[in-house]
Unconditional design. Structure first.
Length: 342
């Protein structure tokens, strides 16, 4: 009997995240939090991970990420979920070294061997990253979910945040977008999994470039693009720096098949939830750009703010790491809207 994991949950991948508007409501008025003087990064700027100063010039990075199946193959799902969780450490300019697994599983609906394959997939990515998967926690859950709690380390001088972009900085994106749309097509059985293999390859690829980018002062800000879509995570960068940004939409890389799905109005449920949270902050949205720029990404690329005077140096560094990139926009002085789509 073939087990199609995506049929056991409502959402898929980072598209199952609570919408930005609902999350903001949940976090409002939750009481006073203890803030250690050693806490360098908390949740004030909606950054990718917490960062704690160890007092030695080095900081500890701590994060957690998990989601429901985005593909049907259990081993591949485990790989994607692990790569996605590790990405938060890379997005801070750090190096992950320790992980704990988080697994929810409907034990009466799906054989234990499937859960075994999910964990095996997660282990394979951790091994590739040089990360010890040292334990975990499991529960019997109505819907399957899997992810990691990850610990990393970063020299404080290499720490990158999502609230430190500067006016004039150029924007670069290291992976094309469209995973939410493609995963929705698989879930609806419009596409087969082998038809989105290129997207799967991107989702399984590690954002190790982030650790390298942390070493360079011309990289002013860094984040990864996940469930809130490119627009959502760029808005976080703008809000953290009190700047606006322009996106040259024709330069935004899209995954194969995304334009065809846009024409057929195939999109993830969270796409519209994302847009409802952003629509008052964006100018120039179109029918296609709404579906792509709000598309919830799973294990998406790094969004990088680079000093405009160092563009060629950055592009050379990217090429050395097998990335052929071009700028998709820039940060500007603060304007009426946060994002302008050109």
């Amino acid at each position: 009997m073939e087990i199609k994991l995506t049929q056991f949950s409502r959402g898929s991948g980072c598209g199952c995240k609570v919408s930005p508007a609902v999350l903001e409501e949940i976090l409002r008025d939750t009481g006073e939090n203890f803030l250690s003087k050693n806490l360098l990064v908390g949740n004030e700027t909606k950054d990718d991970a917490a960062v704690y100063d160890l007092g030695t010039g080095t900081a500890l990075i701590s994060t957690v990420d998990f989601f429901t199946p985005i593909v049907n193959d259990a081993f591949t799902y485990g790989r994607i979920a692990a790569a996605n969780a590790l990405s938060d450490v890379y997005a801070m300019g750090g190096k992950p070294f320790l992980a704990i697994a988080i697994l929810g599983f409907p034990t009466e609906k799906i054989p234990a061997a499937i859960a075994q394959q999910i964990i095996a997939g997660g282990k394979s990515i951790c091994k590739e990253a040089g990360v010890s998967l040292a334990g975990g926690h499991t529960i019997d859950s109505p819907e399957p979910f899997f992810g990691l709690s990850v610990t990393g380390i970063v020299p404080i001088k290499n720490l990158k945040q999502n609230s430190t972009a500067e006016q004039g900085d150029l924007l670069f994106l290291t992976k094309p977008i469209g995973t939410g749309m493609l995963a929705t097509a698989v879930k609806r059985e419009i596409l087969c999994e082998n038809e989105i293999q290129h997207a799967i390859d991107f989702m399984c690829s590690l954002n190790t470039l982030g650790e390298e980018l942390g070493k360079h002062e011309f990289v002013h800000a860094l984040t990864d693009v996940t469930g809130f879509g490119l627009l959502g995570h760029l808005i976080e960068l703008c809000e953290g720096t009190n700047l606006s940004a322009e996106i040259n939409y024709s330069k935004v890389p899209l995954m194969k098949g995304v334009k065809d799905l846009c024409a057929k109005f195939v999109y993830a449920d969270n796409t519209m939830r994302n847009w409802k949270a952003y629509e008052g902050k964006v100018h120039g949205i179109g029918s296609e750009s709404l579906l792509t720029l709000c598309d919830p990404q799973t294990s998406g690329g790094l969004l990088v703010a680079v000093n405009e005077k160092s563009e060629m140096e950055f592009l050379s560094l990217a090429a050395q790491n097998n990335f052929q990139l071009e700028s998709i926009g820039r940060f500007t002085s603060p304007k009426e809207k946060l994002i302008y789509i050109l």
